[in-house]
Design a binder for this molecule. Structure first.
Ligand SMILES: NC(=O)c1ccc[n+]([C@@H]2O[C@H](COP(=O)([O-])OP(=O)(O)OC[C@H]3O[C@@H](n4cnc5c(N)ncnc54)[C@H](O)[C@@H]3O)[C@@H](O)[C@H]2O)c1
Length: 321
């Protein structure tokens, strides 16, 4: 769909290709700037490859990886814009080699992801997800759950989201222990949570929450070895990225009962398609939401406003260069 082509008359302004659904604020900001925006949220990779040579800017979200192929074909590309938090689906190396700037919005979805994480933890403790399904199906059966108060929760990745989740969980009277690749002992101490190493965290936690960023991890953070270190029946929550856990380790952990519950907002394939992940999804002790961590009105508005501002500044800079 052609969103606005006022650039037909002013060819000096940048052409922008938007390949995912984005908030109106971004489109309005681009329009006010005078850019020519082609808004094509469902466009295929092949179609992008055919036309990307005409654009200075590409804007996307999670759906479409901006890989080396797209970057190489984008001869005029100057800016890659991710209307979201992580940039792991952008080939940053290829972009950097060409001097292409990457713009994203770290932090804009923190509150939304924190709240969803707590929801998944409670689902794991109280089986609310399956109770609701049962009642709908006419089965008014009570399950016996557990309280969050007094449980030890291990937070892997003590960045923006991990920190806020820790604060919220302390209000539930949970014991919070954290780990990170960076030395956050001082921050942890100030918050009254314990900073520890990965192994200790896995062995002590009743609940493990993953809040790592995957740009710095070449392999899944949770594989067979890590699952093996965890308590029997552990509740494992992943609202970070599908690739943060190893599919085989999670499926085998669920099959053996080592993992008592897997709650996630992210999958290895989105939507899930492999036999193992589809089978896992049918289990009662698995609850997965369709990557809606950042999908609140508030987060989307924050993302859009922040991105619109940064994008207009960057457009001015590339025009002036
Ligand atoms: N579900 C969603 O829709 C959604 C929305 C926003 C963010 N996220 C994801 O949530 C995650 C956290 O986001 P954030 O804003 O808190 O990021 P952040 O960069 O502020 O924090 C991530 C932390 O993880 C640490 N880390 C990375 N690898 C680690 C490892 N192997 N072990 C221990 N620590 C490790 C980093 O050092 C960093 O401190 C990211 O993966 C992000 O993409 C998901």
């Amino acid at each position: 769909m052609q969103y606005k082509t006022q650039l037909d008359a002013r060819m000096e302004k940048p052409n922008v290709l938007v390949v995912d659904t984005v908030d109106r604020h971004i489109l309005d900001a681009l329009e006010s700037y005078g850019a020519a925006v082609d808004y094509s949220p469902g466009i295929s990779r092949d179609a992008i490859l055919e036309i990307i040579g005409r654009y200075q800017v590409i804007v996307g979200r999670t759906r479409m990886p901006i890989d080396r192929g797209i970057i190489d074909a984008g001869e005029k590309l100057r800016i890659i814009c991710r209307a979201g938090v992580g940039i792991e689906n952008i080939d940053a190396e290829a972009a950097e080699a060409r001097g292409i700037r990457i713009i994203n919005v770290p932090g804009a979805a923190t509150e939304s992801v924190v709240e969803l994480t707590v929801h998944l933890i409670i689902a794991g403790l109280r089986s609310t997800h399956s109770c609701i399904e049962d009642v709908k199906a006419g089965k008014f059966v009570k399950s016996l759950g557990s309280e969050l108060a007094g449980k030890t929760v291990g937070i892997v990745g003590f960045g923006r989201i991990g920190t806020k989740v820790s604060q919220v969980l302390k209000a539930f009277d949970a014991e919070v222990i954290v780990t990170d690749l960076k030395d956050y002992r001082e921050k942890a101490g100030k918050m009254g949570v314990e900073f520890t190493d990965h192994r200790t965290l896995y062995s002590r936690s009743d609940i493990v929450c993953l809040h790592v960023n995957m740009e710095v991890n070449k392999v899944p953070v949770i594989g067979m070895a890590e699952v093996g270190m965890m308590k029997d029946g552990v509740i494992l929550i992943n609202t970070a990225r599908g690739a943060a856990t190893e599919m085989k380790a999670i499926c085998e952990g669920l099959d053996s009962g080592k993992i008592g519950f897997y709650g996630a907002d992210v999958m290895w394939n989105e939507p899930p398609k492999e036999e193992a992940e589809l089978r896992m999804l049918s289990m009662r002790n698995v609850a997965v939401t369709p990557h809606i961590g950042a999908n609140t009105k508030e987060a989307q508005e924050r993302i859009a406003k922040s991105l619109a501002k940064d994008l207009v500044v960057a457009l001015g800079e590339i025009e002036g260069a």
